[in-house]
Design a protein around this ligand. Structure first.
Ligand code: ACO
Length: 378
């Protein structure tokens, strides 16, 4: 019987449902959000426009965008109790604090138990707006500083940098951050979206699904790679050490972080945007060496392209954040902040045509053993 079963380990190549949210062609390196090219969105759309597109399935007109932007700005505050929890858990990794704080906000959200599309949308907007407040409050508390209140005059990305540094970013810095959020907003049924959908499929609520998503995103095989890439660049230190260092990883059977992807077998289409920004920012800040080091790593990895192992979205992101002077351990929280709209859409899709996500495991342990009472066991 067991020999007839075909295992789909890692659910590789398995379609589990239909979606209208994003389209990925891993062999062509193509990514669309609701039909629109990621390249156009990265170059021309604001984060607010992109989130609106994902949540409402259409690009907003000016009045719709203004109203939506105002709604996001109005929802940035976090309950005082959640701030207190952040203070109490401040020694944990920022992703753990974000996961805990998102979970805690469920206790104060009036819609927590309401799974209607309208309520899930409201919660998705609130969580999208609150996440940067949580992440920056924690970052500042860790530095022994007081959290900075959200600035209602700034858009989402600019406000994130403002709350982190207590200083308004330049227009270029804000745009860079915004582009990064746009690139991270949604991405098919990756591991964290799958985790969010599994939670939603039990008819659990959005907060629970987002907590599942954050917990799943945390690992270095998924969202944790940007931090690992920057650690690698810092470890390499100088461009002329990059080749030997990279070969050392490969020869010892290790993985070069920021390379490879379960779906993309050509270059991740998001990577080029961050590569360009990383290079430009490095020049502007008089620190071109991080780009040079990573370029050298990429050069050594070039033969792996033939095996479908190419730079992914995280390869250039870490150096860009580092140049913006963002602490390394919150790189992954940036990914999570950008992705909340994507998780929200997927939870709404799951709820709208729900089926319990419940695959099977092929048992291969012993069978029908005789139970020995405790007092007779040797
Ligand atoms: N460096 C070197 N070799 C690699 C790399 C890498 N980064 N990635 C995959 N490979 C090799 C594996 O060693 C394996 O080789 P083998 O067939 O000789 O054993 C082969 O490519 C296939 O690897 P799998 O792990 O089976 O591929 P999978 O699709 O399951 O993994 C993953 C994808 C986890 C992203 C992998 O490429 C990886 O670990 N990359 C590094 C971490 C990273 O950058 N993660 C971010 C992913 S993007 C994102 O989530 C935003």
């Amino acid at each position: 019987m067991a020999t007839e079963i075909e295992l789909k380990r890692g659910l590789q190549g398995v379609y589990i449902d239909k979606t209208q949210s994003s389209f990925i062609d891993g062999t062509e390196g193509k990514l669309l959000y609701r039909g629109y090219s990621i390249h156009d969105l990265a170059e021309m759309a604001t984060f607010e426009e992109t989130v609106y597109l994902l949540l409402y399935s259409k690009l907003p007109n000016q009045a719709e965008l203004d109203a939506f932007d105002a709604e996001l700005r109005a929802n940035r505050a976090i309950p005082a109790e959640v701030l207190e929890i952040i203070r109490l858990t401040k020694d944990a990794h920022p992703m753990d604090v974000l996961r805990t704080a998102v979970s805690a906000t469920a206790s104060f959200d009036p819609d927590t138990a309401d799974n209607s599309p309208e309520a899930t949308l409201r919660k998705g907007i609130r969580l999208t707006a609150q996440a940067p407040t949580i992440v920056t409050a924690h970052a500042r508390i860790v530095q022994g500083k007081e959290p900075v209140a959200p600035n209602p005059n700034l858009k989402q990305a600019a406000n994130f940098l403002y709350m982190l540094f207590d200083k308004e970013p330049t227009a270029a810095e804000a745009r860079l951050m915004e582009k990064d959020f746009v690139l991270h907003a949604e991405h098919g049924i990756n591991a964290s979206a799958f985790a969010a959908r599994v939670a939603a499929s039990t008819i659990s609520d959005l907060h629970s699904a987002v907590v599942s998503g954050i917990g799943t995103l945390k690992g270095p095989a998924h969202g944790g790679a940007a931090e690992e890439v920057m650690k690698m660049a810092l470890d390499i230190g100088e461009e002329d050490r990059a080749e030997e260092y990279t070969r050392g990883i490969l020869e010892s059977g290790g993985r070069v972080m920021g390379f490879g992807h379960r779906v993309y077998k050509v270059e991740d289409p998001r990577a080029r945007h961050l590569k360009a920004e990383c290079e430009a920012l490095g020049m502007e800040r008089g620190q071109p060496k991080w780009f040079s080091i990573l370029s050298k790593v990429a050069e050594v990895m070039e033969p792996y392209r033939a095996r479908g192992i190419c730079p992914n979205v995280d390869f250039w992101a870490g150096a860009m954040y580092h140049l913006l002077e963002i602490p390394k351990d919150i790189f992954i929280c940036i990914f999570a902040m950008g992705r909340i709209p994507g998780w929200t859409v997927q939870v709404m899709e799951q709820h709208s045509n729900n089926i319990l996500l419940r695959p099977l495991l092929l048992y291969e342990g012993p069978m029908d053993l005789e139970y020995t009472p405790l007092d007779q066991r040797s």
